[in-house]
Design a protein around this ligand. Structure first.
Ligand SMILES: [Zn+2]
Length: 439
């Protein structure tokens, strides 16, 4: 290859192609390219082909220097010189630019990675590449679907978590619809990984997903963590009969603090006749009430007590609920199952004595799940903690997508973001490195 063209060819980085010309207009870069093939045999009779014509095709490629790039591939049309050969003429092809494609293969892959791994909005990626939203989403779908469908994603899993998350925010015209997420909780697998999302928050939705999996896969699941929802429990009982069901610690702890919130709101309403607002003593400590007791500073502790003194006028119902929420969390620190069980019974007795309606309801819920609650201590303390991390990612993707109308697009983007190993090669740092070209 000539020296002049090699710099441009290196910039292009597409094996088998050289750059003929580069021009910039309206903030876009246009690169005319051709293949390096100049000696080509007829695919039918193997005679050396003759150049018949040149025909340009336009495709979008990776942006360069912040500018969208169009490649103008000056395609060669070859002719077979053999008069009796039926082949006559044909147009050259390349594996990196599919026939009639509007994007190079690497551009499609990068669009999919930006939307998937980076969680970037489709519209922003489309703008960078100089294409429409629909073209970009098609690239995500074409390139991403096989990654998501790869059966290896579900291999070697022995613990799962199921959890519900809101699919769409409630709006005037539609109610919130839920999706059920299935998350990999296998130990030592690194960051949280979403296995799938299923529309709906019901036993049947989860059951049909579970039953669609290989029986060998299902019998390999030893542990299943769930939030306290009967539908999930019955689906797991019938689809994964060998798995130990564990009530998720995060959800339980959150239920405790939700009871504190409920009691605070009720007392506020009773006292003031309106919802909490600035200046109300209990409203002022609403965040402090949700804090772990051992995460208080001297100052925040004093503020919490002062707020309770001023606002908790109902025979200390709020203070008792607060104690119960803290105690519930502490049961999870028990050294073993026996001590956890003792702690749970003490806690239930405390709630019965406290005689706060919200606390009575919470205690009844926990009691009805006590087997799943204590199973935490038999299963190496499996928890939906990773599920919570995935939920945060799900919220991010939803924000980026401004809500989703189409469940399949939503599922694809979620799984590409939190369910797929991208193995992206990271560049080495450039500091302290000698220029290789100057060596
Ligand atoms: Zn021929």
């Amino acid at each position: 290859m000539e020296r002049e063209s090699s710099a441009a060819a290196a910039m292009l980085g597409m094996a088998g192609f050289v750059v003929l010309a580069v021009s910039e207009h309206d903030g876009e870069l246009e690169q005319a390219i051709e293949t390096t093939a100049d000696l080509v045999g007829c695919p039918t009779c193997a005679a050396v082909a003759q150049l018949h014509d040149r025909r340009p095709v336009w495709v979008r490629d990776l942006p360069s220097g912040g500018r969208p790039v169009t490649l103008v591939w000056i395609k060669r049309v070859w002719r077979c010189p053999h008069p009796l050969c039926p082949k006559r003429t044909w147009t050259e092809t390349s594996p990196v630019i599919a026939p009639r494609a509007s994007l190079t293969g690497r551009a499609r892959a990068e669009i999919c990675r930006r939307v998937g791994e980076d969680g970037a909005p489709v519209a922003a990626v489309a703008r960078d590449f100089g294409i429409g939203w629909r073209t970009a989403m098609t690239a995500v779908r074409e390139h991403g679907t096989h990654r998501v469908d790869d059966p290896d994603r579900l291999a070697d899993i022995d613990a799962v978590g199921v959890d519900e998350t809101a699919f769409q925010a409630a709006a005037a015209t539609r109610s919130t619809s839920f999706v059920t997420g299935v998350v990999d909780l296998t130990r030592g697998r690194g960051p949280a990984r979403l296995l799938d999302v299923v529309p709906g928050r019901s036993a049947s939705a989860l059951l049909s997903w579970m039953n669609a999996q290989d029986p060998a896969w299902r019998s390999g699941i030893a542990t299943a963590a769930l939030d306290p929802y009967r539908g999930y429990a019955s689906a797991l009982r019938s689809a994964l009969p060998d798995a130990v069901r564990v009530l998720d610690a995060f959800h339980v702890v959150r239920l405790g603090f939700a009871a504190v919130d409920d009691v605070r709101r009720r007392i506020q309403q009773e006292q003031t006749g309106h919802r909490g607002r600035t200046g109300d003593p209990l409203y002022g400590i609403r965040r402090l009430l949700r804090r772990r007791y051992d995460h208080h500073s001297e100052k925040s502790w004093a503020r919490l007590l002062a707020g309770l003194d001023a606002g908790d006028t109902t025979d200390e119902q709020l203070a008792r609920t607060w104690v119960a929420a803290q105690e519930l969390r502490l049961i999870y620190h028990a050294a073993d199952r026996d001590r956890a069980q003792q702690g749970l019974y003490r806690w239930l007795a405390y709630c019965a004595d406290a005689d706060v309606p919200e606390l009575t309801r919470l205690a009844r819920t926990i009691d009805s799940w006590h087997a799943e609650f204590l199973a935490y201590f038999d299963t190496g303390r499996v928890s939906n903690g990773p599920t919570e991390a995935v939920n945060l990612l799900i919220k991010k993707i939803k924000r980026v997508g401004h809500g989703f109308r189409n469940f399949d697009n939503y599922r694809l983007r979620l799984l590409l973001h939190c369910g797929v190993d991208w193995n992206t090669i990271r560049a080495t740092p450039i500091r302290g490195r000698l220029p290789r070209s100057a060596a």
